[in-house]
Ligand binder design. Structure first.
Ligand code: AMP
Length: 615
């Protein structure tokens, strides 16, 4: 049993909200972590100054900082005067050389250990983020702070397990031989994760072999069956993002009969072929007729409301990020969980892990993340400056952001990104000690997102152009379009509304728009998918986490009605622009009521794990 030394620290008291349970004493191991949070948040500016000096001295001999004319300086004033803000595209020539095998200190003074493939894309391909070995320690540190904070709010989390659906994705090698993979894949495959000591607060029902299985079906099946076998032990259910947890529920909907049969027989379906996964599941799976009957009873009724707590009755909360693009899934998660609290514990990216939610049990609408000043050097571009391009002179330090204002996040990392624009917009909501806390407002330039895909307006425009070329032989063109991330079904999918126009020579049916055959319009859906970025296509092909793209053809005149509606609600007739994505329910209703036909992509788009060579 864990030693329950009551540590009467002001630490726990400072972090605990007035509404948190008074009965949870701070445990010995946690006190040290909580003290660390208190320390780094107490004099943010001093920590940031030290972090910047450390980064600049480690990277002093790099080609990039030399070019900036830093000449070994590590002070803020010189850094501010000499180093410009940068986007991924600015850094791409340097990144490409590293990827091609140039081992000289280009961006980082420490050897680049691998590339992390961001879900943000550039020219349709995942961005490659160079990283270094000791970033893993910083990520590990942030993970280690999560449960001590949670323990202040939810007692007894060491008395059971976490059903956390964790997955690795495929990885490739760059031409220079470095691995390129998503940050979580890198973490789960690291010795930090694989050889982690037993921790009663992070005791997963999923065997590590199941997490590390790259086959999405086998991994999910094994994790689900193990989670079902240990149903009474489960105290929290989660995935990294809301979409992942919903995918797991969908998986249960589709596979409960087989899962129940396996549990009744105590044998694993032959569809799971990976020997290490089979071996790991065999340790847990035992014949259990009673459990199989419970699963059948709960899943066969067709009523999926509250399924999470019916199957895992001791679940105290969902451990899942529902801020940002994931907020669209909150109602569905509430439905399946019977309204369990949703804990958004951290804010992180491939570039760097940023910070923690110090009030993890708050309502999703109130989530703020405290950026930890030891993770990297943070700067902020006020959104009004960002809107007009922005330049480095307008950047504000972490200690100088103003309450209520919105900023774009700019970071300087140990791995060698300097004044790098992450693309996230954050709003200051308060302070913990002197550390500002931020609400995640949105990711810049993202129009559509179902899972980790991020499709911007230009990409959507290109995809529509490419697909509409298929209409030309039929004498039709797309006159207007808009889109919607449809998430009422799992998996969600993109819906694109098209208004078509018949060219003069073609024969159009009265009022219904030009006659284009079904097959061509189905093909247009696939053509659009082919044109979308590789993260979208990977989600479609490898993960099955996005469903087939749908085109809904609307009646001629629909977009004029849309404009009339917007003007009736106060839009200026001169400035009106067709929104390229719609979320407002009355607008969606209007569009849906004008649909004359709907079409789905008939096949999977093309996707292979590798990056394009010319990227
Ligand atoms: P990636 O580069 O693929 O690792 O994605 C990182 C991005 O995911 C961040 O820059 C954010 O836009 C988004 N993200 C990460 N954590 C959160 C969070 N807690 N809430 C909202 N968005 C998040």
């Amino acid at each position: 049993m864990a030693v329950m030394a009551e540590v009467s620290t002001t630490t726990g008291a400072a972090l605990r909200s007035p509404a948190s349970p008074p009965q949870a004493p701070v445990k010995e191991g946690d006190a040290e972590k909580l003290r660390f949070i208190e320390e780094v948040t107490s004099d943010v500016d001093a920590v940031q100054e030290r972090v910047l000096a450390e980064i600049l001295s480690r990277n002093a001999g790099t080609e990039y900082l030399d070019k900036c004319g830093l000449a070994g300086a590590t002070d803020r004033a010189t850094f501010r005067a000499k180093v410009p803000m940068a986007t991924y595209e600015d850094l791409q020539p340097y990144i490409r050389r590293i990827a091609d095998g140039d081992r000289s200190p280009i961006l980082s003074g420490h050897p680049v250990s691998e590339f992390l493939t961001s879900s943000g894309t550039s020219a349709g391909e995942r961005k490659l983020m160079p990283t270094i070995e000791d970033e893993l320690n910083r990520r590990q540190l942030l993970y280690s702070l999560q449960m001590p904070v949670m323990n202040l709010y939810v007692p007894g989390m060491d008395k059971g397990k976490a059903l956390h659906f964790l997955f690795v994705k495929s990885e490739t090698k760059t031409p220079g031989g470095l691995a390129a993979r998503p940050v979580l894949t890198s973490y789960y495959k690291s010795s930090h994760f694989k050889n982690r000591p037993f921790d009663a607060y992070n005791n997963y029902t999923s065997p590590t072999a199941a997490i590390l299985c790259a086959d999405a079906f086998q991994s999910m099946y094994a994790q689900m069956v193990c989670g079902l076998c240990q149903r009474h032990d489960v105290l929290r259910v989660g995935a990294v993002f809301a979409s992942g947890l919903l995918r797991a529920i969908r998986f249960l909907q589709l596979n409960w009969e087989q899962l129940a049969a396996d549990i009744e027989a105590g044998t694993l379906t032959p569809r799971v072929t990976d020997p290490s996964v089979r071996e790991a599941v065999a340790e847990i799976l035992r014949p259990d007729r009673e459990l199989a009957e419970v699963i059948r009873a709960e899943c066969s009724s067709g009523d999926w409301a509250g399924i999470i707590t019916r199957i895992w009755p001791n679940t105290k909360y969902l451990d899942v990020i529902v801020t940002g693009a994931m907020a669209q899934y909150i109602p569905t998660l509430k439905h399946y969980s019977g309204g369990l609290p949703m804990a958004c514990t951290m804010y992180a990216s491939s570039e760097c892990y940023f910070g923690l939610n110090l009030r993890p049990m708050c309502d999703p609408s109130e989530v703020s993340y405290t950026l930890l000043p030891n993770m990297c050097y943070f700067e902020f571009l006020p959104m009004d400056a960002a809107a007009s391009g922005g330049d480095a002179s307008q950047l504000v330090d972490l200690a100088r952001v103003e309450l209520g204002r919105e900023y774009e996040l700019v970071i300087t990392t140990y791995a060698g990104l300097n004044r790098y624009r992450v693309g996230d917009v954050l709003q200051v909501t308060g302070f913990h000690n002197s550390a500002p806390q931020f609400r995640f407002v949105r990711r810049k330039n993202v129009l559509l997102s179902i899972e980790s895909d991020k499709t911007d307006e230009a990409e959507l425009q290109r995809a529509v152009e490419r697909a509409s070329a298929l209409l030309r032989p039929h004498g039709a063109t797309v006159v207007e379009y808009t889109s919607q991330a449809y998430t009422k079904a799992i998996p969600g999918h993109y819906v694109i509304y098209w208004e078509l126009l018949a060219n003069k020579s073609s024969s159009a049916g009265a009022g219904a728009g030009p006659a284009v055959d079904r097959e061509t319009l189905d093909q247009c859906c696939l053509e659009m998918e082919q044109a979308l970025n590789s993260v979208y296509r990977q989600s479609r092909v490898a993960d099955g986490s996005i469903g087939p793209l749908e085109i809904r053809v609307v009646r001629p005149g629909t977009f004029e009605e849309l404009m009339d509606y917007a003007i009736s609600r106060g839009a200026s007739i001169n400035q009106y622009k067709v929104p390229r994505c719609v979320t407002f329910p009355p607008i969606i209703e209007l569009l849906d009521s004008r649909v004359v036909s709907s079409h789905f992509s008939p096949a999977l788009p093309h996707w292979t794990p590798g990056q394009r060579n010319d990227d």
